[in-house]
Design a protein around this ligand. Structure first.
Ligand code: ATP
Length: 262
């Protein structure tokens, strides 16, 4: 892998029966980059995240640094440095924010309780929770519960929880869904800070203002195929991208947003 890349897929493909949901997709992400992955509904964006994180069977290669991950189960990919969030908020409502984030610092090994007994690490973990909450701009919320927070804050807790595993690549599946445009832009600014701290981010989102404003590079999927990838300024003017969005019959909010953004 080149020095300018931290993450790369090569010809990553996913089939669901007769449907090719992802067709030989090759994407790279650079260190500290906030990269965007966009595409119309059903284009294969979540499938790409599932494929990279080991949630669905694939062909092709997934590389993080020099390490090949495509044959590893999902939990080993996490310990190798890939972390993700899900489209739905996956917070435990009756656990405090501290406990919600602590969950992802727990080791999956059966030896973990023994190790914890010999060398207790709860203090380190609590410090880690504070550190990742600060990184997403949520200082002092550890003792609150998810219902006490705004939707935007709860989404940032999900990002913090993904950060608590010390990933070198963070995959975010539509973190701005349901946020108004101001909250979405605030989220983008916060993600920019996370990327600046050295964590590379691949951001899947429908919010075109968000990706055009904050992402340094964009990859565009359509019907499972990668139709463009490169610096945002180039991809936003790409002919195939304009056709995929503006040529679509279904002019829903996302497409209108891209049209306005373009
Ligand atoms: N588990 C599955 N089994 C069968 N087909 C699936 C499965 N998951 C996704 N698909 C199909 O694969 C295609 C890609 O879906 P995917 O959810 O990856 O798209 P997306 O770009 O994330 O869409 P959206 O923007 O609506 O979230 C769609 O045609 C979808 O119906």
């Amino acid at each position: 892998m080149g020095a300018q890349e931290v993450f790369r897929t090569e010809s990553l493909s996913v089939r669901y029966g007769g449907l090719v949901a992802l067709d030989a997709v090759s994407i790279t992400v650079r260190p500290g980059e906030l990269a965007g992955l966009i595409g119309p509904n059903g284009a294969g964006k979540t499938t790409f995240i599932d494929a990279v994180t080991g949630f669905t069977p694939t062909t092709g290669r997934v590389l993080l640094g020099e390490r090949e991950l495509q044959r590893l189960p999902a939990h080993k990919r996490v310990s190798s440095g890939i972390s993700r969030t899900f489209q739905s908020l996956e917070l435990f409502e009756d656990l405090s924010i501290r406990e919600n984030v602590l969950v992802s610092t727990e080791e999956s090994s059966w030896l973990a309780p023994l190790r914890e007994f010999v060398v207790p690490r709860r203090g380190d973990k609590v410090r880690k929770v504070r550190e990742v909450l600060e990184l997403v701009g949520l200082d002092g919320v550890e003792d609150a519960y998810p219902p006490d927070l705004s939707l935007a804050e709860r989404k940032l807790v999900c990002v913090a929880r993904a950060l608590a595993t010390d990933p070198s690549l963070l995959l975010l599946d539509e973190p701005a869904a349901g946020l108004d445009s101001d909250a979405s832009l605030e989220l983008g600014a916060q993600l920019r800070k996370v990327a600046d701290s050295g964590v590379s981010i691949l951001l899947v989102d429908h919010d075109m203002d968000l990706v055009l404003e904050f992402c340094e590079s964009l990859s565009v999927l359509n019907f499972g195929k990668l139709i463009a990838t490169g610096p945002t300024a180039e991809v936003r003017n790409d002919e195939a991208v304009l056709t995929a969005y503006l040529g679509a019959d279904d002019a829903d909010d996302d497409l209108i947003a891209l049209e306005v953004g373009l």
